[in-house]
Write a protein that binds this ligand. Structure first.
Ligand SMILES: CC(C)(COP(=O)(O)OP(=O)(O)OC[C@H]1O[C@@H](n2cnc3c(N)ncnc32)[C@H](O)[C@@H]1OP(=O)(O)O)[C@@H](O)C(=O)NCCC(=O)NCCS
Length: 165
């Protein structure tokens, strides 16, 4: 499976499906292509095996992924997400988040959390601003930040909103 949607054929809409450990190589390639930094295949494979994930395919290529890891018994970390630059701003990222959140809620996770950091190798101010705008648009809130990092969270069950202790 390749990650580049290099094709002269008209693009078909991206199809979403659950991720599997054998998607690891395509995910590593997409991270290297888009984030310009190496990825850990063993870690990715374990996360794909452990919790729900989403893969988007277009014309037979993986163009986006989202996978998770357990953060606490009732909180899940959205561990990594990338949409290929050729497939951005078409609603694909939002569709992927909408697909995974109910699956995580069904597993008993009450909230999602992750950190967005501008200090990672390959990060740029423009990319960080885009991803922060994206997550705010998905209903996530920044609960803590430093100069480099912002911690985002969201209750996965609307009934929990406003019940912070
Ligand atoms: C962040 C990312 C996943 C967004 O994916 P996407 O498919 O382009 O997002 P969508 O098209 O679903 O965007 C949904 C909304 O988010 C906001 N948004 C997304 N990209 C944005 C940008 N570059 N600037 C401002 N707002 C943006 C908009 O409100 C957008 O709705 P609109 O297009 O109707 O205005 C993608 O840009 C990406 O992979 N970036 C690099 C990796 C990364 O930063 N991952 C997240 C790590 S925490």
């Amino acid at each position: 499976m390749t990650t580049h949607p290099i094709s002269t054929e008209p693009s078909e809409p991206a199809q979403l499906r659950a991720g599997r450990p054998d998607d690891t190589a395509a995910i590593v390639a997409l991270i290297e292509q888009e984030n310009h930094r190496p990825a850990d295949p063993g870690q990715i494979s374990r996360r794909l095996a452990g919790l729900p994930s989403v893969i988007a395919e277009q014309n037979g290529c993986v163009v986006a992924f989202l996978y998770c890891r357990r953060f606490s018994p009732d909180m899940v970390e959205l561990s990594n997400m990338v949409v290929a630059s050729t497939a951005r701003r078409g609603g694909l990222g939002a569709r992927m988040v909408s697909m995974i959140e109910p699956e995580l809620r069904a597993l008993g996770y009450r909230a999602a959390i992750f950190v967005n950091c501008r200090l990672h190798l390959g990060a740029t101010d423009e990319r960080v601003a885009a991803s922060r705008a994206f997550w705010l648009h998905q209903g996530y809130q920044i609960v803590f930040s430093t100069h480099g990092s912002a911690v985002f969270t969201k209750f996965l069950d609307r009934a929990d909103v406003g019940t912070l202790e």
